[in-house]
Design a protein around this ligand. Structure first.
Ligand code: AMP
Ligand code: ZN
Length: 268
């Protein structure tokens, strides 16, 4: 099955979005979110792009340039969120400050802050859905990591459409590439010569995930697909996190706890 049919089937089977909705694609400048936007556009969905320039020097400038080129090619609107201008420091600086108080991995901190910004800005832009470039390899790795951590419930609401959260302040997240292999996405981006930054983020230094990623390189596509299929089978049996949402006592954003993950990180 080709990539376009695979994505179209996922969208229909899981009813992740429809053509009347405004889908905001979170564009990193990398191959996955670029292919995600390209395909959704080709399939006729109503798209806008959203990019966070994290202020990581020349790397971030290249990422912003790629997202601009893509959105010009697709003739879709692009919103660029300049992290340094909004926060007075780069993502790198904020992360280091957090790490001076809390022993957390780079990607874990960056991931929480990015998710927070994307949800808040998507709401301001009145988007119905947020699309990200997560693919089968990402999802299988995350599921596997959560099992190694002894916390499979962290994967319970994962899927092509983020389940189990209903709150007017929370914009549902969709993953149209959920069943696509990373290798196929990369080949497609190269074949179409899409504007993509192929180098990894200079701050992605999570050794544990890298270890799992290296292990995954030894698995066949069939084995990786088996992980996702098994996950699909047992998903409903995993104890879900409560669907009830509160509003963060500090910033007012939706959270399952009293204080959201982002405020928990940046408070003293
Ligand atoms: P990552 O956590 O870096 O693997 O990224 C996962 C997904 O988050 C990507 O496929 C994008 O959809 C989105 N994303 C990552 N970085 C950015 C960024 N700087 N701006 C907007 N979206 C991003
Ligand atoms: Zn908060």
């Amino acid at each position: 099955m080709n990539l376009k049919t695979q994505i179209s089937n996922t969208i229909k089977k899981y009813k992740i979005c429809n053509k009347h909705e405004k889908v905001l694609v979170a564009l990193s400048g990398g191959k996955d979110s670029t292919v995600c936007a390209y395909m959704l556009h080709k399939l006729g969905y109503n798209l806008e792009g959203f990019h966070i320039n994290l202020g990581l020097g020349a790397y971030s400038e290249r990422c912003e340039k790629s997202t601009k080129e893509l959105c010009t090619q697709l003739e879709i609107k692009l919103y660029v969120y300049d992290f340094t201008k909004k926060h007075g420091s780069s993502m790198c600086y904020l992360r280091t400050t957090i790490q001076s108080k809390k022993a957390l991995k780079n990607c874990a901190i960056c991931g929480v802050i990015k998710k927070y910004i994307i949800n808040k800005e998507a709401r301001i832009l009145k988007a119905d859905k947020i699309a990200t470039g997560h693919h089968l390899d990402d999802e299988a790795q995350t599921f596997f990591l959560n099992i190694l951590k002894g916390a499979p419930e962290l994967s319970a609401s994962t899927g092509p459409l983020t389940r189990n959260i209903s709150d007017k302040k929370f914009i549902p997240r969709i993953k149209p590439l959920f069943f696509c292999f990373e290798e196929d996405i990369k080949n497609f981006a190269k074949q179409k010569k899409l504007p993509v930054v192929y180098e990894p983020c200079p701050c992605a230094l999570d050794s544990y995930r890298l270890q799992v990623r290296n292990f995954f390189k030894t698995l066949s596509t069939k084995e990786k697909k088996n992980i996702i299929n098994n996950f699909d089978k047992i998903k409903d049996k995993i104890k879900k996190q409560s669907g009830k949402m509160n509003y963060c006592k500090i910033c007012g954003e939706p959270t399952r706890k009293k204080i959201c993950k982002r405020c928990e990180l940046i408070k003293n």
